[in-house]
Write a protein that binds this ligand. Structure first.
Ligand code: GLP
Length: 269
């Protein structure tokens, strides 16, 4: 796992957007896996800026989003589809029929989930999966549980997750759907590369589990340690609970990155 510690939200967003642009340069017809949430906002702003500056062309890209609330139609403003339209899709040149989304309002959600897996497979899999992380360590909507699901599935959301998602529902937790459809752990981990972004002190514990050297279904994010190509981009607050022997608060970000890379390769030997 590569770690990059940034001094500001803007730096983290630009670093993430730069990885997306690099991906599009090496493969213009990339399949991008995309998240929603507050963390994604500055990243999408950065991508829209790069697109307007002529530096990011999405004309051959396909997108697949991680998850969607059950019971919300794609036109519902609270839906993740609505979020993506407002913050990214309306502002870039991705063709409408290249945007692939779980329909939370589907009558048969099991079939919808299976169909989503088929779409991803027919696209040849995800090239680059962008991820945020929940405070409790969830990725997509793979909540901490005794067992995690491999494939796209219907999931009951935990109260803390509904609380964290209450913003777009006027802050009213009771309005946040109780269930969602989400890519499974294998759907995510089969992406060729993964970039996880975490900002703020509330994510520090989740970030620490991504570097703990242990995997646990209590911290779904910890499974990223099994993937051969993961970059984690954080600000200093989100890095606060990483082992102090690797992270010095005053050291420049690049040397932290180097120190971390050295530390993890030593451990693997
Ligand atoms: C939701 C999404 C996740 C996202 C998480 C973090 O639960 N399902 O994909 O990573 O929120 O959101 P935020 O970036 O707003 O903290």
């Amino acid at each position: 796992m590569k770690l990059r510690i940034c001094d500001s939200v803007n730096e983290a967003a630009m670093a993430t957007a730069a990885l997306v642009v690099e991906q599009l340069r090496s493969k213009p017809a990339s399949v991008l896996g995309l998240p929603t949430g507050r963390t994604a906002l500055p990243i999408y702003d950065a991508l829209v800026g790069l697109h307007r500056a002529g530096r990011a062309d999405f004309s051959r890209v396909h997108t697949v989003n991680l998850d969607e609330f059950v019971g919300l139609s794609p036109t519902d403003p609270g839906s993740f589809r609505g979020f993506m339209e407002r913050h990214l899709f309306h502002h870039i040149n991705v063709p409408a029929d290249h945007v692939h989304f779980l329909d939370g309002d589907a009558r048969d959600t099991e079939r919808e989930c299976d169909e989503f897996e088929r779409v991803i497979a027919s696209l040849g899999g995800i090239d680059l999966q962008l991820l945020g992380v929940g405070r409790n360590g969830h990725i997509g909507f793979n909540e901490p549980a005794r067992d995690l699901q491999l494939r796209t599935h219907r999931v009951r959301l935990r109260m803390d997750t509904r609380r964290a998602n209450a913003g777009p529902f006027g802050g009213r937790v009771s309005e946040v759907p109780r269930e969602a459809l989400s890519m499974g752990m294998a759907t995510i981990l089969e992406a060729a590369s993964i970039v996880l972004v975490a900002l703020g002190g509330s994510k520090a514990s989740a970030v620490a589990s991504a570097f703990s050297g242990r995997i646990s279904t209590d911290k779904p994010v910890s499974f990223l340690q099994l993937h051969p190509s993961v970059t984690v981009i954080v600000d200093r607050e989100a890095a606060a609970r990483l082992p102090s022997r690797r992270i010095s608060p005053r050291a420049p970000a690049e040397s932290n990155l180097q120190r971390h890379a050295n530390g993890s390769s030593r451990r693997r030997r």
